[in-house]
Unconditional design. Structure first.
Length: 253
């Protein structure tokens, strides 16, 4: 897993005098989970939107699966899947009908039930999106992003607002999609999530990449600097207690 499916070089975006993204560079390997982390306003969303062809690139280059995002935007759109923090769907179509419709938009014959199986929603095939729980809506938005069989899947804070069971379950869905050959780029505010899922991360702040490495390597470097926690790390935390007492089973009903 050494070849790059995404190469970003000196990517820059200005809004007037504000430099939202400041000449950043990174690459994403095929079949890895790559995390983009940072506080609000760090430039994460702007970076993704430029890569996804949703926002013009001021300067720099983005090569996605051999395609220049600036020059070949339409072809790039056919090779990516995008799951947003909030998505809107036609409210009078079932999940199965929605996926079939999205397939037609890509001129593809899709198997809606197979896509629903991918995110464990087959039993909701005849349901409307409005009837789904928060976790089910997030999983369905991932199924919709897989309709065009993308080379790379972008997930923007996919577990925000989910309860611990739904959050852990979605981690399993992401891992399975990765093992089936997909490359995944994820943004998240949950550091434990990034540590659990990501092969490598880029940490952004004020438009710059300030760290870029596997999570375990960044942790080791911090410890090597002499860092110690004020409070001794425990073998379990409150989320572990919650899951032990309430179970790991999803409660989507």
């Amino acid at each position: 897993m050494t070849d790059s499916v995404l190469e970003v070089k000196q990517l820059t975006k200005h809004y007037g005098d504000l430099v939202a993204v400041n000449s950043i560079s990174f690459d994403v390997h095929r079949q890895e989970v790559f995390g983009i982390l940072g506080p609000n306003g760090a430039g994460k969303t702007t970076t993704l939107e430029m890569i996804e062809t949703l926002r013009p690139i001021d300067s720099g280059t983005v090569i996605l699966d051999g395609l220049d995002v600036k020059k070949q935007a339409q072809e790039v759109k056919r090779r990516i899947g995008v799951q947003l923090q909030a998505s809107s769907f036609f409210d009078k179509l079932s999940l199965k009908e929605l996926l079939a419709l999205f397939g037609e938009m890509y001129d593809r014959q899709v198997d809606p039930l197979a896509l629903l199986d991918e995110v464990e929603l087959r039993d909701k095939a005849r349901s409307y999106v409005a009837a789904l729980s928060g976790g089910q809506k997030q999983r369905f938005s991932i199924a919709a992003a897989l309709v065009n069989n993308p080379v790379i899947l972008f997930l923007d804070e996919p577990t925000t607002g989910l309860d611990p069971q739904a959050r852990r379950h979605l981690w399993g869905v992401i891992r399975r999609i990765r093992t089936e050959g997909k490359t995944i780029v994820i943004t998240t505010h949950y550091m434990d999530e990034a540590e659990e899922l990501c092969d490598r991360v880029a940490i952004m702040d004020r438009g710059n990449i300030i760290a870029y490495a596997p999570p375990h390597e960044l942790i080791r470097k911090l410890i090597d600097k002499g860092f110690t926690k004020e409070r001794v790390e425990r073998l379990a935390n409150l989320e572990d207690v919650f899951l032990d007492m309430t179970g790991h089973t999803l409660r989507d009903e």
